[in-house]
Design a protein around this ligand. Structure first.
Ligand code: CA
Length: 232
């Protein structure tokens, strides 16, 4: 997997390429719009991380150029501009995701992985330990016992299971499950996680939902340990 990071701030570009390389990706860095276009013309990237404020041009212009090409990889916009307008504009021009600076690297990595997984067929049945989720019939069971979940609880659990072993921030969970920006309302996630825990974990000695301090939540069965986070 080869990624292109388009970012003029050397510190951020270095931090990103080091982090992504230790997560197993090949990374090229372009410091302005012109070299970004040259990179894209010369190489087939699996994903592009694109800063909006570039010294020679607007990142959105670069995005348009990328989108005009036949094989167009997913684009994750990274920007200090976090306004709803910029976000909408970026997504309209064809960005696949949008992350506002400052960001936690673990969140960027989770989004990168999610974008790279897109287009690959989703499994119909997810299993972590003795917890089984049937995506088609929307049924959940643990140790063979059926568990009734409300629709939002089901969506959160499905999202956690699809990303097993990866910490997910409250913001990511909110954006994924409610399909909108619930800034400031992320504590709603804590409420739903409490419900989920009472249904899934409380009666069992082995807990599957873990709190990740400073980030959010992760689902993992201790019998199959999480992959080591990048750079640690
Ligand atoms: Ca910049």
């Amino acid at each position: 997997m080869r990624l292109l990071v388009v970012e003029d701030e050397k510190r951020i570009a270095g931090f990103l390429s080091r982090g992504l390389e230790s997560a197993g990706y090949a990374v090229d860095v372009a410091g302005d719009g012109k070299s970004a276009i040259e990179c894209v013309q010369g190489t087939d990237y699996d994903l592009i991380i694109l800063d909006l404020m570039l010294p020679d041009t607007d990142g959105l212009k670069v995005l348009e150029r990328i989108r005009n090409r036949k094989a167009s990889p997913p684009v994750l916009i990274l920007s200090a501009r976090g306004g709803v307008d910029d976000r909408v504009k970026g997504l309209e021009v064809g960005a696949d995701d949008y992350l506002t600076k400052p960001f936690a690297f673990v969140e960027l990595l989770a989004r990168v992985r999610a974008l790279l997984r897109r287009g690959q067929p989703l499994p119909e049945r997810l299993q972590v330990g003795d917890l089984v989720l049937d995506c088609i019939r929307r049924r959940v069971s643990r140790a063979g016992e059926t568990i009734d979940l409300a629709p939002k609880e089901f969506s959160i659990l499905e999202y956690l299971m699809r990303n097993r072993g990866r910490p997910l921030s409250r913001t990511m969970i909110v954006e994924h499950v409610w399909d909108m920006d619930y800034d400031g309302l992320t504590n709603i996630v804590d409420v739903y996680i409490r419900h989920l825990r009472s249904k899934i974990d409380d009666r069992f000695p082995l807990k599957l939902i873990h709190t990740v301090r400073g980030i959010g939540y992760m689902l993992e069965s201790a019998e199959q340990p999480a992959e080591k986070p990048a750079g640690q």
